[in-house]
Design a protein around this ligand. Sequence first.
Ligand SMILES: NC(=O)c1ccc[n+]([C@@H]2O[C@H](COP(=O)([O-])OP(=O)(O)OC[C@H]3O[C@@H](n4cnc5c(N)ncnc54)[C@H](OP(=O)(O)O)[C@@H]3O)[C@@H](O)[C@H]2O)c1
Length: 278
Amino acid sequence: MERPPMSSPLPQSLVLLGAGKMGGAMLEGWLRIGMNPAGISLIDPKPSDEIVALAAEKGMAINPDSRSLGPVEVLVLATKPQTLDTAAPAVQAFITPNTLLISILAGKTLRDLSARLPNATAIIRAMPNLPASVQRGATAAAAGPGVTGAQRAMADALLGSIGKVEWLESESLIDAVTGVSGSGPAYVFYLVECLAAAGKAAGLPDDIAERLARATIEGAGEMLYQSPLSPATLRQNVTSPAGTTAAGLEVLMAEDALKPLIIKTVAAAKRRAGELSG
Ligand SMILES: NC(=O)c1ccc[n+]([C@@H]2O[C@H](COP(=O)([O-])OP(=O)(O)OC[C@H]3O[C@@H](n4cnc5c(N)ncnc54)[C@H](OP(=O)(O)O)[C@@H]3O)[C@@H](O)[C@H]2O)c1
């Protein structure tokens, strides 16, 4: 297999701890952006049949001995947060002073990670969201003090393989991120439910209301994805003066309507994220 050129920010060697839903999605992303599968090793006590088949097809090692690997450039933690304590001793063996540690464990701070993995000098904490499973994730990341510019570029490429990446100046913003993009997909799913219920209330048959509501959010999301225009411009473009959309938006955009409700929604999720990680 051809190695990436020297200028590529992709690592030559990467260990993924936890090849579950999010780990599996990242793995697919890394292969898609051209990472050499021979440089990827997976650690998971019970990998799924799909992961075992993918590893066999691409030539990726599963549960290798740390001594059989050379220096590991990147170690990605993607187990459940509560398994950090049990997994940490085995993981230590893969970490050298040049290893970049990327963690997506919800609620585990840079400090928690350093305490459990004292060998790690360069740590990035990232918070992806569920649409990463369809390569449309929104990930926010914060880098610890030991991370070099090259390592950050590498993390940007790896996390960017599952969607968009935002870099945070301070890790303290992660709880707000959880409230917006972490929990956000569920808010949007609920919006579909509300739109379907409103369609039924307006006289549509149940199944038609549900299909129309779903297709509407799918289509609006796709337009946002494809268009360089701001959401406000996209909204204005479909709102003719005194038309039907304007009549609907007048209710939705009233001072005490959707915006204050969403602000309260995000604040509640942010508060809960703080409680869970505290
Ligand atoms: N899913 C999301 O939308 C999302 C969003 C943001 C952040 N995250 C974070 O992503 C992480 C993974 O979430 P997920 O939804 O992908 O969970 P998941 O599907 O349960 O994946 C975790 C994987 O780790 C494996 N594992 C358990 N113990 C291990 C060990 N000691 N060593 C190596 N692997 C081990 C699990 O195996 P078993 O199944 O056999 O236990 C499973 O395959 C979590 O920390 C979560 O906070 C997830």
